[in-house]
Design a protein around this ligand. Structure first.
Ligand code: 6PG
Length: 256
């Protein structure tokens, strides 16, 4: 069962998320010598990223052992204001002086979105040692896919997560790690990790804030299973810990 926490507001969501980030990160570094995290884009995680650079948090983890990836990206250059990389770079990487060789971003300078996705898939396979590895399933996790220690996700008003939008082709993708996904309503190809990757993670943390998401969130968490209409419903971890950090406005009922 997913862990659902209803918190006062986005600042409380960010504080609890930062504590969990540090906890999960230190455990991974202790166990495997490194912490692999896929960051979310959009606006909701920005205050979490900033909080991690403050006195309360920045000295509580060995940042040189943290390896950053992105759950999805907009097909724009890395200095574009819409870039998820740019948002994380300005609010997390630069303030903490994270070295470039710990940051694995979608190479959006490449013209062709399919090529960007192929490249990112190869980068991830290389990093996780998945290249030319015979696929086996152990203890519920599938070694055809990377097992991130933590994946941060948001949810759009329409129920999308990462860049897996309602009724788009790549919702059913079950072979690839990273894909380009055509989103008709945005008239663009978004770049996104696939559900097998999200569901192979050790920990997934949704950060959801704002009244405009309440109706969809209720459908996603309590409604009928409509995986094409509400893609966030497809995040069902094989062998991991799923957490929803929601604020009162998005949950539409008072905090406990
Ligand atoms: C993106 C995100 C996307 C985001 C949701 C919520 O690139 O846009 O990764 O999945 O998490 O759209 O966005 P907000 O946090 O801005 O509401």
């Amino acid at each position: 069962m997913p862990e659902i926490q209803i918190l006062q507001n986005i600042f409380e969501i960010s504080r609890v998320a930062a504590e969990k980030f540090i906890l999960i990160g230190n455990k991974a570094i202790k166990q495997n010598g490194k912490f692999t995290v896929a960051l979310a884009g959009g606006s909701t995680p920005k205050s979490l990223y900033r909080l991690l650079t403050t006195e309360n948090f920045k000295n509580r983890i060995n940042w040189s052992r943290v390896f950053f990836f992105f759950g999805d990206e907009r097909n724009v250059l890395p200095d574009n204001e819409k870039s998820n990389f740019r948002m994380a770079n300005e609010n997390l990487f630069k303030p903490l002086q994270i070295s470039e060789n710990q940051i694995f971003r979608w190479q959006t300078e490449i013209e062709d979105a399919e090529k960007i996705a192929e490249d990112y898939e190869e980068t991830i396979k290389e990093f996780f040692g998945l290249k030319d590895k015979p696929p086996i399933t152990v203890a519920g996790s599938d070694n055809k896919f990377p097992r991130f220690d933590l994946i941060l996700l948001g949810m759009g008003n329409d129920g999308h997560t990462a860049s897996l939008f309602p009724f788009t082709n790549r919702l059913q993708e079950c072979e690839k790690i990273a894909v380009a996904n055509w989103v008709e309503k945005l008239k663009t190809k978004r770049l996104t990790l696939t559900f097998p990757v999200l569901n192979n993670a050790a920990n997934v943390m949704f950060l959801v804030s704002g009244a405009e998401k309440a109706a969809t969130l209720r459908e996603v968490l309590e409604g009928e299973f409509q995986s094409d209409k509400f893609p966030s419903q497809n995040v069902i971890l094989k062998n991991g810990n799923l957490m929803w950090l929601i604020d009162e406005k998005a949950a539409q009922f008072p905090a406990k």
